[in-house]
Design a protein. Structure first.
Lengths: 110, 115
C-alpha cells in the first residue's frame, strides 16, 4: 500500500542548532499535516499544507510542501528544550486516507 | 477548549479477555478514529468511523476488533480476545467535517497492558 517515508528516525542536536525532518510519498498527496508528540503525550496538530510549493511559518518552525506534492519538510531554527518530542507527518492520499510517517524524534543534547 | 477524553488511562488485562476502550469525541465532530502506538514506535491507523459506520480500516483491524458509537457521544473500541501483542497506547481522535480536511484532535490515550 501507499507509504509516507519519514527521515531521519532520530536527530540529536545541541540546543540552539537547527533541526529538519523530511517526508516523502510515492504518490501525490492532496495535503499533508504535521503533528508533534511530546514524550508521554498524544499527537498535537501543528499545521496543514494544501497547495503545491506552499511554505508556512510558525515562529521558529518552517513547513514546506513540494511542488509535486509528494514531499514535505519541517525545519526548526535554533532548537530549544521545549522542542523535544517526535514530529510526525501525515499525508492524505487520493482515497482520502491519512497515511502517517514513522516520525522523527528530536533529542536535545545536554 | 473542547477536548477528546479517553477512559481508562491505563487498562491491565489478562490475555484472552475482552477489553473495551472508551472515548468521548468533541461534541460537534463528525469523524472518529482509533490509532495505536506501540511504545516508542509510529502511530498506526486502526479505523475511521463516519455516519455511524466504518469508513476505513487497516489490516491491523481484524475480526477481533470492533467499534461502536452506542449513544451519540461515546465511541468505543472493543478487542474481543486480547493477545500479548495488543499491548500498546490506543489513541482516539476526532475531527469536524467540511470542504477542506480538518486536523484531528487526539485524546490522551489509554495504555493497554496485556499480561
Amino acid at each position: 500500500g501507499q507509504q509516507v517515508m519519514q527521515i531521519p528516525q532520530y536527530q540529536h542536536v545541541q540546543e540552539g542548532e537547527d533541526f529538519t525532518t523530511y517526508c516523502n510519498s510515492s504518490t501525490t498527496l492532496s495535503n499533508i499535516q504535521w503533528y508533534k508528540q511530546r514524550p508521554g503525550g498524544h499527537p498535537v496538530f501543528l499545521i496543514q499544507l494544501v497547495k503545491s510549493g506552499e511554505v508556512k511559518k510558525q515562529k521558529r518552525l518552517t513547513f514546506q510542501f513540494g511542488e509535486a506534492k509528494k514531499n514535505s519538510s519541517l525545519h526548526i531554527t535554533a532548537t530549544q528544550t521545549t522542542d523535544v518530542g517526535t514530529y510526525f507527518c501525515a499525508g492524505r492520499d487520493s482515497n482520502y486516507q491519512l497515511i502517517w510517517g514513522a516520525g522523527t524524534k528530536l533529542i536535545i543534547k545536554p | 477548549e473542547p477536548e477528546v477524553t479517553q477512559t481508562p488511562s491505563h487498562q491491565v488485562t489478562q490475555m484472552g479477555q475482552e477489553v473495551i476502550l472508551r472515548c468521548v469525541p468533541i461534541s460537534n465532530h463528525l469523524y472518529f478514529y482509533w490509532y495505536r502506538q506501540i511504545l516508542g514506535q509510529k502511530v498506526e491507523f486502526l479505523v475511521s468511523f463516519y455516519n455511524n459506520e466504518i469508513s476505513e480500516k487497516s489490516e491491523i483491524f481484524d475480526d477481533q476488533f470492533s467499534v461502536e458509537r452506542p449513544d451519540g457521544s461515546n465511541f468505543t473500541l472493543k478487542i474481543r480476545s486480547t493477545k500479548l501483542e495488543d499491548s500498546a497506547m490506543y489513541f482516539c481522535a476526532s475531527r469536524t467535517g467540511g470542504m477542506l480536511p480538518q486536523p484531528q484532535h487526539f485524546g490522551d490515550g489509554t495504555r493497554l497492558s496485556i499480561l
